[in-house]
Structures are given as C-alpha cells and as structure tokens.
Design a binder for this molecule. Structure first.
Ligand code: XMP
Length: 176
C-alpha cells in the first residue's frame, strides 16, 4: 500500500462493516414490501454500494448505476457532468439515491432534481459520509452512515485523482 501508509485512518474496516449492515437493515425495514430502485452514483460509491446491497433484504429491488462527476483534485467544481445521459425506469417505483459523500451538496441536489423529472413514487437519499460544515445547499438526506470532519478523505471507493480507492478503510488525505 505504498505511500497510503502515512494517511491517518478515520474509519476502520470493522466500523464500516457494522454501520453498513445497520443501514441495510434500516432500509430493508422501510422498503420491505415496496418496489425500490436504488440509483448509485459512481465511481465513489462502489464499495459502499456493493456492501449495502448485500445487507439488504428487499423483494422487488432494481439497481441502476449512474456515472457522474464534479470533483477535480480536492475541490468540488460545482458542475455535475454526465447527468444528462442518466436514465432509469422508475414508474410506480420508489427511488433511493446512494452516494459516497454529502459534502457541498451540489452534486446530490442536481441528482435529486434530475430524478424528480423521472417521476418516481418517492425519492430518498443515502450517503456513507456527511461533512456537515461544507454544505452549500441543504438537501434532504434520510440515511447517513457517518458524520465526518471537514477533511478530504480517500479509501473504500473514494479517490484523490483516481488513486487510493482500493484502501479498505477511510483515511484522511493531505497532499502536503
Ligand atoms: P459535493 O460537494 O457535490 O460532492 O457534495 C460530492 C462528490 O464529491 C466527491 N467528494 C469527495 N471525494 N474525498 C473524495 O474522494 C472527499 O473528501 C470528497 N468530498 C467530496 C464525492 O465523489 C462526492 O460524491
């Protein structure tokens, strides 16, 4: 794990595992007998998504993955690219948006707005992490794994310019 060794671990593997199972059982309770389409935002949510799906017990579950991006280095550009091509058949279905972080909130607010145009029965949002101090827009987020300090984090799917996604835990990344 070359230079990643020097990054401090913020959330360890076991804590991630336990919390994702808790979120999974909460979501399963809330949607057990209703048609649910889970829309995951890639790439950052890949680890979270696959662990969360395996923690779900829902009869009528569809999974869609949308690839969008808004980050460059450690800064949100505020512009979401890729959303214009994102589609899902959500007629008579509930939607749960799954993302890695609610940071400024710009990405999720655009995504929620886009999902609304598809007219599902309802829309809720689930994130693994929330950085409360950075919100630029306040949006409804019903399921939050962990609230974290205002630090750039990598690992468990999260990257710095494409690197460190493979780390099994969440670490604080400082470029200097
Ligand atoms: P916003 O600011 O729109 O950000 O809420 C949403 C997306 O930005 C990425 N992001 C991060 N990625 N470490 C990362 O690897 C971070 O600390 C971080 N903060 C935001 C992420 O993809 C998220 O979906």
């Amino acid at each position: 794990m070359p230079d990643a060794d020097k990054f401090a671990v913020l959330i360890g593997e076991e804590a991630l595992r336990r919390r994702v199972i808790e979120l999974g059982s909460q979501i399963s309770k809330d949607y057990q007998n209703t048609p649910l389409t889970l829309i995951a935002l890639l790439n950052g949510s890949i680890f979270f998504l696959t662990d969360l799906i395996r923690a779900l017990d829902i009869r009528d579950l569809h999974i869609e993955c949308w690839r969008i991006s808004s980050y460059c280095d450690t800064y949100s550009t505020g512009k979401v690219t890729g959303l214009e091509h994102c589609r899902a058949e959500v007629h008579q279905r509930h939607v749960l948006i799954v993302d890695d972080i609610y940071d400024t909130g710009l990405t999720l607010s655009h995504v929620q707005e886009h999902v609304r145009t598809l007219q599902p029965l309802s829309i809720k949002t689930c994130v693994l992490l929330e950085k409360k101090t950075k919100h630029q827009v306040l949006i409804p987020v019903e399921y939050v794994g962990f609230t974290i300090p205002d630090e750039f984090v990598v690992g468990y799917g999260l990257d710095y310019n494409g690197r460190y996604r493979e780390l099994p835990d969440i670490r604080i990344f400082r470029s200097n």
